[in-house]
Design a protein around this ligand. Sequence first.
Ligand SMILES: Cc1cc2nc3c(=O)[nH]c(=O)nc-3n(C[C@H](O)[C@H](O)[C@H](O)COP(=O)(O)OP(=O)(O)OC[C@H]3O[C@@H](n4cnc5c(N)ncnc54)[C@H](O)[C@@H]3O)c2cc1C
Length: 318
Amino acid sequence: MSVVVVSFGAGIERGTEEALTAARMLAAAGGQPLVWAVAGIDGAAASGVAARHGVARLDVIAHPRLADCGTDVLVEALAQYCAQRQPGVILFNQTAASRLVAPRLAGRIGAAVVTNAFALAFADGGLEVTATAFGGDTHVIYRLVTATRIACLTTTALIAEPVAAAGPVACETVAVDLDAVAERFRVTSAPRAEGPRLEDAEIIVSGGRGFGSASNYDLVRQLAGALGGLWGGSRAIVDDGWIDSSRQVGLTGKITRPRLYIAAGISGASQHMAGCAAARTIVAINKDRDAAIFRYARYGIVGDCLEVMPELIKAAQG
Ligand SMILES: Cc1cc2nc3c(=O)[nH]c(=O)nc-3n(C[C@H](O)[C@H](O)[C@H](O)COP(=O)(O)OP(=O)(O)OC[C@H]3O[C@@H](n4cnc5c(N)ncnc54)[C@H](O)[C@@H]3O)c2cc1C
């Protein structure tokens, strides 16, 4: 039995090291080896990360089609990998792509699967997975008892903790046969990523319905510009058409982890916080002193964002 973190795609996604940390703790608690299986990712690039995170074995799933493939090929590759290695637990860093792949892999190999997971423990011969449900408002504990158990980890609230001393990592190539797999979906046009991504931003200024109108929201753009950051917002103002959905922070938007997150006129609903709770410092501006956002904020300003924001812009412009 082993605990296996599975990563795939063009490179090592943000959140992978957090998933490896959670997996290492689970593996240690269960007395099992930690394995990292990568598909389409360069094994040499992964081995340094593997060493830092106490990975006992790095499995490089190898086939030329994995360099640029769709879900059908990937699921088949992972199913063949599971048939060869029989992992007890498979963990994914939850991304839009892994939310597609994990349930399909589970269906293929007869495994139980949970998404939106944030805590894991072995208990009573099964795997206990704690996950958010109902849009993030509820925590549910599932006990998975199938031979292989799969969970997608929401890594924004987890902290990556490399091991004190990096050890040697055994690296093995796992061959799979994908020649006959037909992709049933063809991507005819993918969304174009223009400019810097919110997910990578170090500084984000976000606005919510508290601004009252799309034109007032311009203050958010101005402060973000003055601080050299990006601007975002809550789903409420996306729904109202003030900003494009690519700027939405939250459970159904972008998952961010900036150094500084300024939330102005945002109530702090759990679905919004799912996209920014991992920020190192949250500054909240809200006229309601009891707003939920203040529970997450390191610094809070109780006041009208239409009055506070111009002052902050002035200060940021020096
Ligand atoms: C399944 C599901 C998924 C969701 N996904 C997301 C998501 O990804 N992202 C997201 O953001 N939401 C998401 N939501 C919606 C979420 O529940 C909230 O409705 C939303 O975040 C509220 O946006 P808001 O804080 O801008 O607006 P409101 O809840 O209306 O809050 C406005 C805040 O502004 C304050 N305010 C008002 N006037 C001023 C002023 N002049 N100055 C200062 N403060 C002022 C108010 O006190 C209030 O706290 C989701 C909901 C569901 C059910």
